[in-house]
Design a protein around this ligand. Structure first.
Ligand code: A2P
Length: 270
């Protein structure tokens, strides 16, 4: 038996009773390693831009769930997710075959630290990401609150190959073409995409850019705790290195209960 939104509630096994089924409305394959998809948004779902939710697929009588950052902004009618494809990954090896009309499952109550509530006020908001770690920032940079709170928003993404930057580039051009975002965003937003394993206009890890002055040169100033607030999302190694750089610059880590100068969150991996 396969379960779906058409299954009467009383026929759902106990393991699936706490999840909602959401129909997929679009799927885009960006590279061999990455894809994004949109799905229906439950009417009652509330979240803050930058949060993640537990989403996945039905696996027998249970849901197979992983933490995924919501890439769409809080005002959007649909939910968007950006995912890596891992050959042997229990979830992504199946999720990559999603088609329009298929259903994913989600467990209620998004949470997370890459949110405005976890940062103290500042002038520049700097969003450091690698790979699919850009996903929560796709939400944050389309949130009007971001531009109410900051004069300047700098999104960086470092990827192995040039094609992996397409999602971010498309995101930025989508903002420029949007019906109401250009007025809100103005000229406050900048995207710096770098590659490490394929030649491109901008090369190297952002951690190296921060250490050797290329970041300061590109953005007009080095990291400064007096003006800058930082969100970081990527692999564990990436988080460790960026966190160290923030701490060396005199920044304090923030949380929902004690806002600070920078916040970190691990990007989804399998
Ligand atoms: P590199 O190619 O030099 O390893 P991955 O797919 O392995 O998560 O890597 C995504 C991107 O993040 C790659 O460009 C990779 O660079 C970069 N990266 C990996 N580890 C770190 C780190 N500790 N600090 C900064 N960037 C990193």
């Amino acid at each position: 038996m396969t379960y779906s939104s058409a299954t009467p509630l009383e026929d759902l096994p106990r393991g699936l009773q706490g999840v909602v089924f959401l129909k997929v409305t679009s799927v885009t394959h960006w590279t061999d390693r990455t894809f994004s998809f949109t799905c229906e948004r439950p009417e009652t779902l509330r979240f803050r831009s930058g949060e993640f939710a537990m989403i996945g697929l039905v696996d027998g009588e249970r849901p197979l769930l992983r933490a995924y950052s919501i890439a769409s902004p809080a005002w959007d009618d649909e939910l968007e997710f950006y995912s890596i494809k891992v050959e042997e990954g229990p979830l992504t090896s199946r999720l990559r075959h999603l088609k329009v009309g298929d259903e994913i499952v989600m467990r209620a109550k998004p949470v997370g630290t890459l949110v405005h509530d976890a940062l103290t006020p500042g002038k520049r908001l700097i969003l450091f990401s690698t790979g699919t770690g850009i996903a929560p920032f796709a939400s944050v940079i389309r949130d009007p609150e971001t531009y109410e709170k900051f004069d300047e928003v700098i999104l960086t993404q470092t990827c192995r190959e040039v094609a992996e930057l397409d999602y971010g580039r498309h995101l930025i051009s989508g903002i420029a073409d949007h019906e109401f975002l250009p007025e809100i965003v103005g000229n406050k937003l900048r995207f710096i995409g770098t590659t490490t394993r394929e030649p491109s206009q901008l090369m190297g890890r952002m951690t190296d850019w921060l250490r050797d002055g290329r970041f300061a040169e590109a953005t007009g100033a080095p990291l400064d705790p007096a003006t800058d607030r930082v969100m970081i999302c990527g692999s564990l190694d990436m988080l460790r290195d960026h966190k160290q750089i923030c701490e060396d610059a005199g920044m304090r880590e923030g949380s929902n209960s004690a806002p600070g100068d920078f916040v970190i969150e691990k990007a989804f991996v399998d």
